[in-house]
Design a protein around this ligand. Sequence first.
Ligand code: NAP
Length: 289
Amino acid sequence: MSTKRTPVTVIGLGQMGAALAGAFLDAGHPTTVHNRTPEKAAPLVERGAVLAATVAEAVAASDLVVVCVLDYPAVRTLLDPVAAELRGRTVVNLTSGSPEQAREEAAWAAGHGIGYLDGGIMTTPPGVGDSANMILYAGAPELLAEHRPALAVLGDPVDLGADPGLASLYDAGLLGLMWSVFGGWLHATALAGADGVPAKEFTAVAVRWLRTVSWFMTTYADQIDAGEYPGDDATIDVQVATIAHLLHAGEARGVDGRLPRLHLELMKEAVAAGHGGDSYARIIEAFRK
Ligand code: NAP
């Protein structure tokens, strides 16, 4: 079996960039690194990375250049002066930003003959290198196919297709989903905790429940795409009645009720519009302005 690994360059060695470079090193890729503050490279150099003194040197070392810095303006500040050196190479931008910024960056790269993939890292640094975690890619399926073996060492590569804005769009939406789940979980954990249930005990059951919830979501996604929300499993009317128990339990225990009240408000709007007999998926209309 060949053990030859392609050379990679990582620009940006903050918490995330250092984890990315570490994963490449662990997988045996010759890894060149660069950071505005070069001292941060020391632990990686100890593990075998080569420190490039300049961005130009870093870029010249590899055909695959991964960038992970604070924001898109920082990416442009770093890459614009070396656009000529980047021609014919592939930049994988794993910096977080908006879909609009990603599309602008892709256009900038195309204008300079630079291959460009935009990415979203769906984990924190300790989760980098674990194939259970996703890294979203958008902008150039053929480049992802070419570099998949190297990029797969960072996490499971998920191809979102040719629109370079989609990794950022999914990333933003998925973080919103995470905060909503965190909110619901923390509210429920406070509720159970008020009667002495330890968070760990409650969370073991909550995590199992999330699997069932994900099954509901998959069913409702088909309804949303079809634009029809048959209430043949559970209606909004029934859930208005059910959420009253949650509000009551919270009030009785002095638990903050803002979150369930928001859900109730959205459900009541749907009922008032005559959709009480529909499934919960109907609530998507409240988010569509
Ligand atoms: P961080 O630890 O604060 O590191 C920021 C990096 O950006 C450092 O390398 C910093 O260089 C560099 N930088 C900032 N401004 C710069 C500039 N003007 N010119 C050159 N370099 C500049 O942040 P991080 O956690 O690694 O996050 C990096 C990116 O990954 C962000 O876009 C973040 O949203 C994304 N991300 C992070 C996580 C996470 O859990 N941490 C998860 C997913 C995505 P210096 O070292 O010289 O300051």
